[in-house]
Design a protein around this ligand. Structure first.
Ligand SMILES: *[C@@H]1O[C@H](CO)[C@@H](O)[C@H](O)[C@H]1NC(C)=O
Length: 168
């Protein structure tokens, strides 16, 4: 009987959490199962943004890792719903090894669709290609407002808003 009571309690707790629809710590948005924090109130370069996310999460988080198409779509919808219209830094960079894009936890950033923005080729007008295209001059990953919140490589000293995520 005691066991049954306990399992009922656990079930109630699970339902309560489910009905709140947010399994993330206070101050984080749950999007596609990820806990994210949009810092539209501050603007800084990529290095400071990376440090900012570690600071503000007490070491539990990092500049966001976004490696699912559904998460990226959810983020774009969230930014649109709240009418933020701002570009956010993500945790990707290829500064250590040109062309080898890595998140802060050293896992690989995916290439192509549905993540990276497309641009028209410089030499052949009719050819379309995915970002990144900035080579050694653009080593940091921006969720670019002007590119409808797809991935874009940007100069790391550019100022944008930190988008932090919890490690998971
Ligand atoms: C992060 O915290 C350290 C130590 O408190 C501080 O020196 C640094 O300025 C902070 N960085 C940012 C970007 O907030």
């Amino acid at each position: 009987m005691k066991m049954l009571d306990k399992s009922k309690l656990l079930l109630l707790a699970a339902l309560a959490e489910f009905s709140l629809g947010n399994n993330c710590p206070t101050g984080f948005e749950e999007i596609n199962g990820y806990c994210l924090q949009f810092h539209a109130e501050v603007r800084m370069n990529w290095y400071d943004a990376a440090e900012f996310c570690v600071n503000i999460t007490n070491g539990l988080g990092m500049l966001a890792k976004v490696d699912h198409g559904n998460t990226l779509r959810g983020i774009a919808e969230f930014i649109d719903d709240f009418d933020m219209k701002k570009s956010f830094w993500l945790g990707g960079s290829d500064e250590s090894v040109e062309g080898d894009w890595r998140w802060r936890d050293d896992t690989r950033v995916p290439f192509g669709t549905p993540f990276w923005a497309i641009h028209s080729g410089l030499l052949v007008i009719s050819a379309w290609d995915h970002e990144p295209s900035g080579g050694k001059g653009e080593n940091c990953l921006l969720l670019n407002e002007e590119r409808l919140y797809y991935f874009d490589d940007e100069d790391c000293s550019h100022k944008a808003h930190p988008l932090c995520s919890i490690y998971q």
